[in-house]
Design a protein. Structure first.
Length: 407
């Protein structure tokens, strides 16, 4: 009899897992259930090219409809899974329909962290996570009007850059003492504050939002220190949380994500998980972690698909990320948490091209590279292999990147 693999969530991980299933030899039914009305699409452009209008919804599809048709991948869109019965091996949809599975893949991703403040329900206040969110924001963009971004992380800063490009007056409010405080060194925070200021964006740090006010729609953001900022549009970006509820109610182990092994397997032999929603072991750093990144979702999905097909392909990939703001391409290799030294290569004070290498006990653990693709590739190579860096020459730009590796 034909077996069925149900994939919950039409995400980046789902898009890769369906393809990898066919590549690994799965010849049964593949059904993807997604609560949005769209096929899997790229999320990074949402705060950038899609928000600015340079790309359409069709442009950001990960794969076109005919590709899935050729791979015999079915979709049930606009539907939400409400329950997983592991004993009966069924999922129940919000419509009440029950579907049987032989194998199940949790690719449920994550959702925005909501804030509970007075006035939060006023029209003009938005989150930015999916196509519908951005479509709502785009309808309210007006050159010359005031936009306030709550949150100075990557999403907040990317959104600020896009709205500024579209002619809005933009203010970023960050509760921490500096932007990007959770993920970068102070040098990077100072750099991005400088660049945004030069571009005309106001950056306010160490400031907590207390309420939103307006007559019929948002008109100002009120802060705990008594200050307020005019706002015709508010975008909130204060982090995301993994969608683990289905896993929890079905009895799977959850600890800051659905706990999986190095093959993407949960503690149920017929259920795998991949992407933002997983807590997995990273062999490069020797720790368990949960990653919010496209490369993680895609690479982990390959291992999960192999596991469904009875194969064991270890997922052990270097975490890497990117962010586009203005003319800046930031590429991040590795995880910088726990660094004890930062070595900067290039002009971070007044230029727009440099690399920041994060070291711990003299060893490279991560790198932030702004408009420096060669140094990004160098860092990825060193962190993914046994190669050693000559850290005494890291800051010397007269030494080509390839010569920084000790033979």
């Amino acid at each position: 009899m034909t077996q069925t693999c149900i994939v919950i969530g039409a995400s980046h991980a789902a898009a890769q897992l369906t393809v990898s299933l066919r590549q690994e030899g799965w010849d049964g039914q593949i059904l993807v259930i997604g609560d949005e009305a769209y096929l899997p699409y790229h999320h990074p452009p949402l705060s950038k090219a899609f928000l600015s209008g340079d790309q359409s919804a069709q442009d950001i599809l990960i794969r076109k409809p005919n590709f899935y048709e050729q791979k015999d991948v079915e979709f049930k869109l606009g539907a939400r899974v409400e329950d997983i019965d592991r004993l009966a091996k069924t999922v129940t949809l919000d419509s009440g329909e029950k579907l049987n599975y032989d194998k199940l893949a949790l690719c449920t991703g994550s959702r925005v962290r909501k804030v509970e403040l007075p006035g939060i329900d006023l029209p003009g206040i938005h989150y930015l996570r999916d196509l519908k969110d951005v479509a709502g924001i785009r309808e309210e963009i007006q050159p010359g009007k005031h936009a306030v971004i709550v949150g100075g992380g990557y999403i907040g800063l990317e959104t600020a850059a896009s709205l500024k490009k579209l002619g809005m007056q933009v203010t970023v409010l960050e509760m921490a003492p500096r932007v990007l405080a959770r993920v970068t060194a102070p040098e990077l925070s100072e750099f991005y504050t400088r660049v945004h200021t030069e571009e005309g964006v106001a950056i306010k740090t160490g400031i907590a939002v207390a309420a939103f006010e307006g007559d019929g729609r948002v008109q100002q953001v009120v802060c705990a220190d008594g200050s307020n900022f005019p706002a015709d549009l508010v975008v909130i970006g204060v982090g995301i949380v993994p969608n683990v509820e289905l896993a929890m109610t079905s009895g799977l182990t959850v600890d800051n994500g659905v706990v999986v092994d190095e093959f993407g397997r949960t503690d149920d032999p017929d259920i795998v998980a991949a992407g933002d929603v997983t807590n997995h072991y990273n062999g490069i750093y020797g720790i368990r972690l949960r990653l919010e990144s496209v490369p993680n979702a895609s690479d982990q999905a390959k291992s999960a698909a192999a596991a469904i097909c009875g194969k064991e392909k270890v997922y052990c990939t270097l975490p890497w990320f990117w962010s586009d703001q203005y003319d800046l391409k930031l590429q991040i290799a590795g995880l910088s948490q726990g660094y004890d030294q930062v070595v900067v290569r290039g002009d971070i004070q007044s230029g727009r091209s440099f690399s920041a290498f994060y070291l711990r006990e003299g060893k490279l653990i991560a790198a932030d590279c702004v408009n420096r693709p060669a140094e990004f590739m160098l860092a990825k190579k060193v962190l993914s292999t046994d190669a050693e860096l000559d850290i005494t020459k890291l800051a010397d730009e007269s030494v080509p990147p390839k010569e920084l590796i000790l033979s």
